[in-house]
Design a protein around this ligand. Structure first.
Ligand SMILES: Nc1ncnc2c1ncn2[C@@H]1O[C@H](COP(=O)(O)OP(=O)(O)OP(=O)(O)O)[C@@H](O)[C@H]1O
Ligand SMILES: [Mg+2]
Length: 302
C-alpha cells in the first residue's frame, strides 16, 4: 500500500508504485508508455537536478552485510560535520537500512513545489523507497525496469537542495540498482568499495572492481570493515575474519586503501539505536577513519 499519492510534473508515481506493490515479479506492470516530448522533459529535469550536485559517489560491495550502509551513513556524517551539504540516497529497494539507522523509519515523503522533499536528519537530506511505502514490512517484489524507474524518480523528482555530495547506498552485487544509478547519472564521480577481510567477501568484491572498470566508474578506494575486535579493557586486537585482506586486495588491484574499521559493538548499537548522528560519537574509531578519508572524496583540484 502506498502512503499517499505523489504527482510530480504531471507524472504520478502512485500508479507505478501501486502496480509494483500489488503485483508479483511475474506480473508487475511496466510504466505507462510515454511520448517522445515527455521523455525529453524527463531527461531535461534529470540533467538539471544532477547539475546541482557537485560530487556523486556510490558505496558498493559485491558482498552483503559487509557494512555498506554503515560506511555510507558515517561518510555522510563526516562530510556533514566538515560543513558540506550532503544528501544520502538509499537505492537498496529490497532491504533499505538507512531509514532505520537514522531513526526515520516512520518518516513520510511530502510533495513540495520543487519535487518530493527529502527527509532532513540533522541537516542530512535523505531519500529511500521506505519513505514511500505504507507497510514497512511488506516485501518489494520488483523487476529491473521498475527499479530503474523509481531510481530515476529519486534522481530527477526529489528536491535535493544544491549539494556538495550525494552519497548513494546500494544493495550488494552488480545488479539493477548500481547499474541504473550509473546509467542515469551518466558520470558519477566515483565509488567507495567496502569489504570485510575474508576470502568469501574479497572474491565478490573483485567482481565489483570489474563492474566499476567496465562502466568506467572511478574507484576512490577500498574500505575494510570489521577487521578486528578491539578489547575495550586491554585494547588488544583480535582479527575476526583474518587480517589484511582489504589492504592486500587494494595493493593487487592498484587501488587506494582507505582504511580499516574495527568491529565495534558500540557502532552496531548506534546503528540499531539511530544514534549515529548523535553528539559525542566523534571519537568513535569509525568516525576517525571517515574523517581521514573524506578528502579522498573531494574533487582532485580541491
Ligand atoms: N565495524 C562494525 N562494527 C560493528 N558492527 C558493524 C560494523 N559495521 C557494520 N556493523 C553492523 O553490521 C550489520 C551490517 O551492516 P550494514 O547494514 O551496514 O551492511 P550492508 O553491507 O549495508 O548490508 P546489506 O548488504 O544488507 O545492505 C549492521 O547491523 C551494522 O550495524
Ligand atoms: Mg545496506
Amino acid at each position: 500500500m502506498l502512503r499517499r499519492t505523489f504527482v510530480m510534473s504531471g507524472v504520478s508515481c502512485r500508479g507505478e508504485l501501486r502496480a509494483a506493490m500489488n503485483n508479483t515479479s511475474e506480473n508487475a506492470m511496466p510504466a505507462p508508455a510515454r511520448g517522445a516530448a515527455s521523455r525529453n522533459d524527463d531527461e531535461q529535469r534529470l540533467h538539471a537536478r544532477l547539475a546541482r550536485i557537485q560530487r556523486k559517489i556510490l558505496v558498493l560491495s559485491g558482498k552483503g552485510g559487509v557494512g555498506k550502509s554503515t560506511v555510507a551513513v558515517h561518510l555522510a556524517t563526516a562530510l556533514l560535520h566538515a560543513g558540506k551539504r550532503v544528501g544520502l540516497l538509499d537505492v537498496d529497494i529490497h532491504g533499505p537500512s538507512i531509514p532505520t539507522m537514522l531513526g526515520v523509519r516512520d518518516a513520510a515523503v511530502t510533495a513540495g513545489p520543487d519535487g518530493w522533499q527529502p527527509i532532513d536528519v540533522h541537516g542530512l537530506q535523505v531519500m529511500s523507497l521506505a519513505f514511500l511505502l505504507q507497510d514497512r514490512d511488506a516485501a518489494v517484489i520488483w523487476r529491473g525496469p521498475l527499479k530503474m524507474n523509481i531510481i530515476r524518480r529519486f534522481l530527477s523528482d526529489v528536491a535535493w537542495n544544491a549539494l556538495d555530495y550525494l552519497l548513494v547506498d546500494t544493495p550488494p552485487g552488480t545488479g539493477d540498482e548500481p547499474l541504473s544509478v550509473c546509467q542515469l547519472m551518466g558520470n558519477p564521480d566515483g565509488a567507495v568499495i567496502v569489504t570485510t577481510p575474508q576470502l568469501v567477501a574479497l572474491v565478490d568484491v573483485r567482481k565489483t572492481i570489474s563492474f566499476c572498470r567496465r562502466l568506467q566508474l572511478p574507484i576512490l578506494g577500498i574500505v575494510e570493515n570489521m577487521c578486528a575486535f578491539v578489547c575495550p579493557h586491554c585494547h588488544k586486537q583480535t582479527p575476526l575474519f583474518g587480517s589484511g585482506g582489504g589492504e592486500r586486495l587494494a595493493a593487487e588491484t592498484a587501488l587506494p586503501f582507505l582504511g580499516s574499521i574495527p568491529f565495534d559493538p558500540t557502532l552496531a548499537a548506534a546503528c540499531d539505536d539511530a544514534a549515529i548522528l548523535a553528539a559525542g560519537r566523534d571519537d568513535a574509531p569509525v568516525m576517525r577513519i571517515m574523517r581521514a578519508i573524506i578528502h579522498q572524496l573531494a574533487p582532485p583540484d580541491a
